[in-house]
Write a protein that binds this ligand. Sequence first.
Ligand code: WQD
Length: 329
Amino acid sequence: MKVLVIGGAGYIGGHVARLLSDRGYAVDVVDNLSTGSTRNLFPEYGFFRGDILDYPWLAGVVAKGSYGAIIHLAAAKAAGESMLVPEKYSTQNLCGTINILNAACEAGVERIVFSSSAAVYGEPRYLPIDESHPKEPENYYGFTKLEIERILAWYDRLKGIKFAALRYFNAAGYDPGLRVRGLEKKPANLIPVIMEVAVGIRKSLDVFGVDYPTPDGSGVRDYIHVSDLALGHLLALEYLEREKKSITVNLGSESGLSVLKILETARRVTHRPIPSVISPRRPGDPATLVASSALAKTVLGWEARHSSLETIIETTWAAYAAQESTPLA
Ligand code: WQD
């Protein structure tokens, strides 16, 4: 089957495209390279550089490809920014996805795997968070993801497009073989920020709050290795082919890790001091977020295999250390 990976030069998309190609799928990538990197692309992929907001162009690419499925990962994803510039998230995430769905309808593509997010849930009412947890996003980014899930359900009902919506928790780590290693530009997430401190791009890490009701006072999250996420996409594709019905699942490791624990592990693995400063809480941050991935296990047969803290930190450090020794021109 030939699959179109939209956002396939990005951090998660790059890992998804690599795994699909490894498993024998023909892969085409669409990416505008606004945040993605050509380092994540391989000669065996077809590559179309362009923007999903350019509908005539996108519809042309989708129509010509005879794709069995589309995997859509092209989105703006900074929750904080979405509260300041909602217009960007409306256009990129909502309009962009609607273009993809309409292009899929025109071309007769019947399956789509969509990158959703734990951000659809908002402040946790109970832990671990399962798929039936109330959906009350705390930021506009999470709202766009939830709206898209609803639009997908309507396109399923009205146009027969089957979808898998994958609600990622905190994506982290790099391909253990270090083939996909384009680093994110200006990251805001904890682990890449720690790595930027380790390599000297930043002076220190701000630890956003040590007064949370958690074992060590710092925020607890569910970090899921990007290779595990990639496998989730592959299994979701197989599910759509096999079952011919839509599905929405969490993808998380089901274990909570604190900011201080991650910092301590990063210092040990990197042998770098990684200075840190205790800072006030970041607005909108819940104390703890941990997934239940029981549904993905039962229905997709998915399991997190690379998501130990050690593997996440070691593979991320390998990517940053490689960049440190051979910087991009
Ligand atoms: C993790 C922990 C911070 C940076 C975000 C989005 C979410 C999803 C994943 C896409 C928290 C602490 C962080 C720093 C810190 N995105 N932290 N210093 O906020 O859990 O989730 O990315 O779907 O929608 O909101 O991830 O990596 O920013 O933070 O202390 O410089 O690290 O307070 O406890 P978050 P994160």
